[in-house]
Design a protein around this ligand. Sequence first.
Ligand code: B16
Ligand code: MG
Length: 215
Amino acid sequence: MAKYNGVIFDLDGVITDTARYHYLAWKKLADELGIYFDEAINERLKGVSRIESLEIILEKSDKKYSDEEKKYLANKKNEYYKEMIKNITPNDLLVGVEAFIQELKMRNIKTAIASVSKNAFTVIDNLGIRDKFDYIVDANEIKNGKPDPEIFLNAAKNIGVPPEKCIGIEDSGAGITAIKRAGMFAVGVGNPETVKEADLVLKDLSNADEILKLL
Ligand code: B16
Ligand code: MG
């Protein structure tokens, strides 16, 4: 019997480099507000919801913002982000992703996407990959963001695979914690320091053979 029957992908930073656009959109907002923000702080934003990300950025500000102002600022960042993702095409799939998904399909492994981004479906449609997955979690249905395991457990349930038979792939620290709390095998890609708690760390999915060996 196969050890794993399901693979659950994070979107931003795993399937495509939208993590870069999230950073650039937050950077634009932080610069306008005169708040210090760099790529190291940005590592803490990965996998974290929009409003929680803003709270992390505002830690470096002396000014206190009202809830109303925070809502306005989070929305402003989202407008910058939406402008950036408009031009995404199938060419923006990260290296190795397409071949890996094809191989999983051939081996009858179920696949899902677990992204907390409210813009996930726009990105997925621009990449042209909606029909390549057995299930895509709708972020609007998730009550608790990563590091809570809810989104990964929801994905596993909807592909009909028990969590312990699933592999989760993430580029964020919060996401790796979520996968492990869900009782799944965690693969980390991207910044090795950020995903150091993963069971397997890869540069990107061009090394997906390492995951296929586990199946
Ligand atoms: P939005 P993932 C996450 O997506 C991003 O990693 C994180 O940086 C972002 O703040 C969050 O989505 C919310 O995104 O503002 O578009 O709703 O990594 O879970 O695919
Ligand atoms: Mg991510």
